[in-house]
Structure formats: C-alpha cells, structure tokens
Design a protein around this ligand. Sequence first.
Ligand code: 0A1
Ligand code: ZN
Length: 864
Amino acid sequence: MDANVALATPPVIRRADYQAPDWLVPEIALDFALDPALTVVKARLTVTRNGAHGRPLRLDGDGLDPVSIAVDGEMLADAWRMDGPVLVIDLPGDAHVVETEVRLSPETNSQLMGLYASGGLLCTQCEAEGFRRITFFPDRPDVLSRYHVRMAADKTRFPVLLANGDPVAQGDGPDGTHWAEWHDPFPKPCYLFALVAGDLAANRDHFVTRSGRPVDLAIWVREADLPKTAHAMQALKTSMAWDERVYGREYDLAIFNIVAVADFNFGAMENKGLNIFNSRYILADPDTATDADFDAIAGVVAHEYFHNWSGNRVTCRDWFQLSLKEGFTVFRDQGFSADQGSPAVKRIEDVKMLRAAQFPEDAGPLAHPIRPESYIEISNFYTATIYNKGAEIVRMLHTMLGAARFRQGSDLYFDRHDGEAATCEDFVAAMEDATGEDLAQFRLWYGQAGTPRIRADLEYDAPGGRARLLLSQLVPPTPGQDAKQPMPIPLRLALLGEPSGKEVVAEQLVVLKDAQAELLFEGVAERPVLSINRGFSAPVVIESNRNATDLAFLSANDPDPFARFEAMQQLMLDTLVAGVATGQVDHAPVVEAIAKTLADPALDQAFIAECVLLPSEAFVGDQLLVVDPDAIALVREGLRREIGTQLEKAWRGAYAGTAANHYAYTPPAKGARRLRTIALGYLAVSGAEDADDMAWRQYIDADNMTDRQGALGVLANGHAPAREKTLADFYKRYQADALVLDKWFTAQALSTRPDTVAAVRALAAHPDFTLANPNRIRSLVNAFAVNQRAFNDVGGDGYRFLGEMIVAVDQINPQTAARLVPPLGRWRRFEPVRAAMMRSELERIVAVPDLSRDVYEQVSKSLV
Ligand code: 0A1
Ligand code: ZN
C-alpha cells in the first residue's frame, strides 16, 4: 500500500527549475466545429525554436487523443510520440507549422476546465491549465501567441458565437450551421483564450476612452436575465474611467464582452476582451441580490477589467508569479471599491476577510509565501494568501512610497513589461528604479510565509513628559521555513492624550526593520495611549500592553476610523479570550463601548454596524493555543446576550431609526440596512418577546433582498414557528432562481441550532441540491464548514459529512473538492477529541483510490 502511494505520488513543480520555453508559438489558428456531444478542434501552430538546442517540440495535452498530426502540410506517421499526456514531435528546422486535430465532449466535462457545457451554452475556462484540455499546446504563460479563431455551430441552438479580440467575418454554413471568425491582435498566453457559443442576449453600452477611442460594451446573459445586468454595466463603465484616472490605463480593443454562466469554478475570468463570469457576480436586482452582492459584483467586474493591464498586457512568466497579477489586481479593485463608497468601511471589510481566510491559512499546514517555491496542482494556489495577502504587500509599497511615487513605479512597470511575461521581481525592481527607494529587505515579503507578530509596549514617564515605545517583531515558522528574517513593517502610529483625546504625538509612519526597536517621544504632557497599525498599514498581528480602559478610550476617540474599529475588536477579543480561559466574563467594558458607539452622532451607520459586531467564533479560536468550540460558543453567546439585554432600548432605537423606507442603493441606505439586521439579531438573542415577530415582519414587508435575507438569517438560528414559515415562503418565492435558492441553503447551513448537522445532511439529499453546480456546493457545504458550531459538533458527524462530500465532489470536479479540505486541515489547533476525528477523516480521504492531484495535495499536506 505504501509503495503504491509512493508510486502514485504526483510530481512536485519547483520555482527553481524554471527554464525558458524551448519553442515559441507566435501564431495560432483554431478551428472549432462545436457540438455539446462531439466538438472537433483543429489547431495550426506556427512554431519557432527558442535558442540553440536540439530538443523536440513538447505540446501539453490533458485527456486528448490526436486524430491527426501534420508538420508543414505533411501528415506525420512516426515522427511523433506520446509521453504520457504530452505530444512530442521531433522537428528538424527552426520554424515549422504544426497541425493537430482532436475531439472533445463538452457536455461530459464536469470539471468545468477546458471547453464545457453550462445551461445550454458552450464556454471555456483555461486558467490555469485548461487550454491543454482543448488542444495540444505548450500550456505555460510565457508562450504568447496571436490567436485566429474560427468556430461553427448549429445556428438555432448557438446563435451567438464569441471569442477574444475583434470579430472579422461571419456567415452561414451547411445543415443549419453558421460560423464566425475572431482575431485578437494582442499576443497572449493560452490561459487567456476564451470562446462562448449559445443563445444569449446582450445589454449593450458604449465607452469612449480618454484618448477618444470608442469601445462597444456588451454583457451577455439569458434573455430573461437582461434586467439584472444594469448594475454590472454601470460598474464596468465606472471602472474603465477609474483605471484611466488613477493608473493612466486605457482599454485597447474596440469591443469588451462579458458573458455570465451558471456553472463556474471560481468568481470570474479575465480572458482578453471576453471576460467570463460566474453569474452570481453579474446578475442583480434589489429583489434578488443583497447589498453585499451588489458590492461584490462591482468589485469583481472591476477586478476582471483591471486585469486587462495587470495580467493581460503584462502577464506572468510562470505560475509561481501568480500574485504578480492577482495581488496587484486585488489592490487595484480594493482602491476602486473604496472610492465608490466609504473607504473606512471598505478597509474594515477587507481586513475582516484577510483575518477570516488568510491568517488561518498562514498559520496552518497549507501556509505558503505569496510567491510559492513549489506546488503539485497550481489550482490549489488561487488562495487568500496569493490574492489578499498579495494585495496587502502591494499596499505596503503604496504606503511607504506614497501615492505619487507608487504611480511612477506602476507606470514604469507597465511601460517596461508591456507585451511580456514578467515576474514579481520585475514589479519590485520597477518600483525601485522609478523611485530610488531601496527595496532589498522588502523582497522578503515575497518569500517568507507566516503572519508577523508585533509586540508594541508603551511606557510613560509622567514627570519627565517622556514616552518610550518598544517594538519587536517575530515571523513564526511555517512548513518548510523554520527560521525567518525580520521584515520591514510599515506602522502608521500616533499617541493620543488621555483624557483630551488629542494627538500628543502626531501620526507618523514608522518602518520597523529590525527584530527590535525603541522609539522615544519627548514633551508628552498627557498620559499617552498608543494608536498603531492605523488603516491596517501592515498585515500583522499587534500585541500590546493596552488594557481594557485604553482600548475603550481609543474606541471612542481615535480619529483614525480603522484604528477605532480595531480598538473595539481588540477589547471584545480580549474579553472573550479571558472568558474562555477563566470562565469569567467582564461584560461591562464591551457593553459600555457599544453603547457609546451607538449613541455617537458623528458616526455613520455602516461604520457603527461594523464596530458593534463581536469577532467571529473562528477568529476567537485563532487566538487560542487549543480550540474548544463549545467553550468559545458559550462565552461569546453569553456576551452577545448581555449586549442584547443591557442595551435593549438602544437596539430598539437603532431598529426604529433604520426603519425600512424606499429601497435605494446608496451608502447611507446600505448602512441603515446593515445596522437594522444587526439590531434585530441582538434583540433576538436578548430574548425579547417580540423579536420573532419583528423578524417575520421585516421579512414579509421587505422591498429588497438585504432586509429579507437578514431576517431569514436571524430566524434560522431559533425555534420560532416563524422560522419554518419564513423558510417555506422563501423557497416558494425563489425556487426558480438558482442564485437566490443558494441563499436558502446557506441560511440553514449557517444556523447556530444544535440540529444543524442533521439538517444539512437532509439538505444534501434535497432535490434542488446538486454536485454538478459549484455555487450550489458552496452554498451548502462550504457554508457549513465555516459554521464553527455545527461543523465542530462533538459527535464528529460534521467532519464525516465534509469528508464524504470531498470524496463525492472529487469524482466530478476536483478543483471544487480541493477547496473543501482546509477546514479539516486545521485539526492540530483543536482539543484532542476533535483533532483525532478530523485527522482520521483526512486519513480516510487520502486512502481513497484515484484521488485527484488537487485533493491529494491539500489532504497530504494537511496530514504532515
Ligand atoms: N484569474 C481569475 C481567477 C480564476 C482562476 C482560475 C479559474 O479556473 C477555474 C477561474 C478564475 C481571477 O482572478 O479573477
Ligand atoms: Zn484576478
């Protein structure tokens, strides 16, 4: 058995082994005879030898059988061979034309990589390595080609035929078919190739670039969904203008198409001139999409659009450089979203996301630097570390250089590498060359994994009017990296005088470069309180000697909104952690701080809403050496109840003050809706008799999905008769709308009720549940796995359920299955009984024969 496992162990790809491609492909012509059951793909590659070597041409394939192969017009009989899935051809000269033909079956492609069928459409997904499932090709991002695409299909079933670039010709063919030709003038790596065929309708619009070039915009959806595309279109136009203004980047083709598909592994894909989206990031109207959905749509539309420069015009040399395009593009979309609404609230949301998804990754068995050293399956590296920590690292450059110099750096990067496949090193070098800043030590951020812990202790000598700040940093060990070097940590900090609330030391940017540092401040006339890592200037954990009084003071007085939120979070966290450790919870400081925040007329409701929420059970667990989910739930629930009961009047006031009026998608109206449901949640835990009734009224009277889903979420946690009534009504109303039905599954999967595991098992057998649709899997299974109580149910059935799902989904869609593994991978952090159950679930999975590389990598690494 061990020998078999060793034999079957998939190869490890290493960054250090990078070699330039042996052969380049400057031109490719593709010809598709499209049919869901049997599609014929003919490819014509112009290949040129790259450098002086005698090596053969190696073309990647995955599940492909060559039907025919020709070189320079001659059919080859024996000058080719298969090396596993790779087609190897010996070529005598330095330039040749290679033609291949393969057959595909899109309708049975359940992995959703390559060419596949979704709801009657045919579409492609090629990033990272899906193009090799369509045709034989050197499937690596540093081979850039000009694409000519011809496709033919049945005209009735597939009236719309789209590919990258510009349409150049179209016409009718035999037997009810028609055809179209597209040409993309920009050389691109094959992961950016796309085509779509189907019965689609377009929301069309228009944009004129700042240099006066007209661009036709179209969002393609099923005809019935057209009314739900207005928000995405608005976001597209706004992001095009934003990228011109903030980064000086203009769009470069005459057409920009977006297509929405129902079955999609990730969020969306930036194929050149033809973005393909998971429909959940396009379709929205107030009745079916929440405020969070609207925000996410704008963010993802912007993200994919911004990739046209950060990803497409300048692409990645190899997949180890993935964060070059993803981290930078997330930073860009975060800036865009911040500019559309409240920058402070956006920053809070981004940091919460980082803490929920990336910090645990950085602290667990799958930790990796933003530029990894090795992988088994690259799809597993589309992680919160590559994306969100990657964005934080770009943000630190922005903070240290300042906006103007950062812009000089990004201009130089785009100019220097336009049309090239670049590296993270190229990005840092451009920042350095444009600004003269020495970024030698900063490069450590690209190679070292783990979240740095910063110790910050402030001492005050009152008679001398002196304050001394002792700073130190520790980058914890991570798999394969035992010893770490100190990194530059940019900390925006100030000292606030207590009680005046004035800055006794004005804000400054301190870059902690060494393991330890000491800062002295003179002339400090008032007791100072430390405000540090303002705006979350570095993605680190801060530990300090600030007590509950200091934190409460900051939560009421810090002029930096993020720091103010953060002080409240830290106060809550300290209270909860102490509660778990001692069994005693001192509610008063938290209750009082929340009361003050609720009553502060200077604060907007969206910001208040963020401040008054307790940190999640998962985040509390992340602070502890040994996680006991029952203890955490008990203490947190107790604190929630106190906040609800003691502040009942304030919550009623907040609820009344945010009473539903006519729906508008504006920052104040969004803030009101958010605070309203939070107030309802506190009233519900306080045991207020009318809370269930209020929730039902909110649900039934709502003129928007935010209020409706909010009320459903509150009711889902309880046992009131209104719960079943609401769930049944929701199902009946939205049964036909897959994206809304996902919310029905999620509301139940997130319930804090003790019977949730059984309920989720029953939902997995519901006729509307399917493993064929990734959104539906995520709505139930991924949601369940973040539900700390149900997933960690002490009987162990939550772990078993997830294990069963991983194995079942792996047969259909390995990428989606692999994304279910990390919650089990956290086993080491749990108390021994649960740790043993989680571990044995992973062992059961790894013993399953024919596991995908995707799941194998995640499970085997989680067991080490
Ligand atoms: N580049 C895309 C993410 C993406 C990656 C892989 C995919 O394959 C299923 C799909 C999308 C982005 O950052 O938006
Ligand atoms: Zn991206």
